[in-house]
Design a protein around this ligand. Structure first.
Ligand code: PRT
Ligand code: ZN
Length: 210
């Protein structure tokens, strides 16, 4: 039996569940449940916080997971990625107050930047020779400049309306992300075979959607 971890409730949940159902896999889901077993495929689904999924798959508590690449790379396990799933597309971007002057990333030298992605942002800045002060906060990153916590932010953007609503403008794209299927790297031969069957179905679903 394969164990697949998906987000319990959030932006990835519905698309993850729909993808599994469209693969012809049936299961009962109830919002209070933390796991369910499929009735017609050897699959158990675990419902978790998205941040916990990469670690659980790395440790083998779950065999597979569906998570945003942003969370996967930030957690430090990019090698777990098996394939992109084409939904929950977004980008991790740097933004500054609308009126602030900004020409290039070099302008961030010595600047205070609030983010929930210190690893990805740190690597991006280091590569460009920029030394900034990163302030790691777990949510509401966009309000940091208006409350005097930071002069710039780095956060997930999709439509851009949250930045706009907080008087910020996007100045650099740091990372592009989508939902990805991840797998533990030491699966048994039986589990690998099941993973291949599942991937085959997922690819068929994606081709049919186009
Ligand atoms: O509770 P749990 O920890 O499981 O969930 P979470 O709150 O950490 O994550 P969730 O559900 O918000 O997002 C899950 C994943 O969806 C993220 O890791 C991304 O891979 C992806 N995703 C896609 C997004 C967005 N789009 C998105 N717009 N994640 C967050 N946002 C937020 C962003 O943080 C910002 O506050 O939406 C706001 C910006 O949206 P726009 O449209 O105004 O630009
Ligand atoms: Zn989360």
């Amino acid at each position: 039996m394969l164990r697949l971890a998906i987000q319990k409730s959030g932006r990835l949940s519905e698309d993850s569940l729909n993808l599994i159902r469209e693969c012809g896999i049936s299961f009962l889901s109830a919002s209070y449940k933390l796991k369910t077993e499929a009735t017609n495929f050897p699959l158990e689904i675990l419902y978790l916080r998205d941040d916990d999924i990469p670690g659980y798959v790395q440790d083998g508590v779950a065999d597979l997971g569906i998570v945003g690449q942003n969370v996967l790379v930030e957690a430090g396990f990019p090698a777990l990625e098996v394939e992109g799933l084409g939904f929950s597309k977004c980008r991790l971007s740097l933004a500054v107050p609308r009126a602030a002057s900004y020409d290039s990333v070099q302008d961030l030298q010595g600047v205070n930047i609030a983010t929930s992605y210190p690893q990805i942002l740190g690597a991006y800045l280091t590569e460009r020779g920029v030394k900034a002060n990163l302030h790691t906060i777990s949510g509401s990153v966009e309000i940091a400049p208006s409350i005097g916590l930071a002069e710039a932010i780095c956060d997930i953007v999709s439509s851009g309306s949250t930045l706009l609503g907080n008087g910020l403008r996007e100045v650099e794209t740091v990372f592009r992300s989508e939902a990805v299927l991840i797998a533990n790297q030491n699966l048994s031969a039986e589990k690998k075979e099941l993973l291949e069957q599942l991937q085959f179905r997922m690819q068929a679903v994606r081709r049919a959607r186009r």
